[in-house]
Design a protein around this ligand. Structure first.
Ligand SMILES: [Zn+2]
Length: 246
């Protein structure tokens, strides 16, 4: 069970109150790291959401440094929009329809406005993760996964169908996926301070530029489990996102 501290902030346009949540890290039971840098804590993505679309008026605003006085930890005496109403723009991840809706949100934001590099990197990184969500956990489609007893046959079969359908959607949108990654790569190479650990070799790997990924990984100083895993998948010429640890 995840435990949070709630905080509250207002839409700068209509002044509606929204509830935000900070994860209490010490309460996490299971943390999963994926090769694209996405981390799930007890199945939830806990990377803070910086761009918010007000659930009351639709105004888009950014919260980059959620500190007082912009936010308060005291519950205001007013109607409050809960976390679920605005988190990931109210989209549910439980099916591929919701996953595509999230992708389309990011694509629309990127098409409609021009953002400073830091913000564009943020949006493109989340768009990348959203595309990968379509076939994340692809290893679960294998019969071995059911035989290992992680889930019942019914759940495994249903999950398998969703991942295979997601893989089809991923391939259908593959050109957009690579265009986004190529642009993200340019931005990150220009702004190395915004790079997450091993993000560049992973992007090259997912763009099927395996030699470049290997070159960057071999240059990286200390070897970790994460480095070795990306290297291994690059040698296999496997471009798909995968679970590093969890
Ligand atoms: Zn508003």
């Amino acid at each position: 069970m995840l435990k949070y501290d709630s905080f509250y902030f207002q839409c700068p346009h209509c002044h509606a109150w929204l509830e935000g949540r900070n994860l209490k890290a010490e309460m996490v039971n299971q943390s999963i790291l994926y090769s694209d840098g996405k981390v799930l804590n007890d199945n939830y993505i806990t990377t803070p959401q910086k761009m918010i679309m007000c659930p009351s008026c639709g105004h888009i605003f950014w919260i980059e440094n959620p500190v007082e006085p912009l936010i308060t930890f005291n519950k205001p005496d007013a109607e409050i929009y809960s976390w679920n109403t605005w988190r990931f723009f109210g989209v549910s991840f439980s099916d591929n329809k919701g996953r595509m809706a999230l992708i389309n949100h990011y694509k629309t934001f990127l098409r409609k406005s021009h953002y400073e590099p830091k913000k564009e990197i943020y949006l493109r990184r989340f768009l990348w993760w959203a595309y990968n969500d379509l076939h994340r956990n692809h290893q679960h489609v294998r019969l071995k996964y059911w035989l290992n007893g992680f889930m019942s046959f019914g759940v495994w079969h249903c999950n398998r169908k969703m991942i295979l359908e997601g893989e089809k959607l991923f391939l259908k949108n593959y050109k957009d996926f690579t265009n986004n990654l190529k642009r993200l790569l340019v931005l990150l190479e220009k702004h190395p301070e915004e790079q997450i650990d091993l993000e560049l070799p992973e992007i090259y790997r997912e763009l099927r530029q395996f030699d470049k990924a290997k070159e960057l990984l071999e240059k990286a100083g200390s070897r970790t489990h994460f480095t070795n895993e990306i290297l291994r998948h690059s040698k296999w010429k496997d471009p798909r996102v995968f679970m590093v640890s969890g």
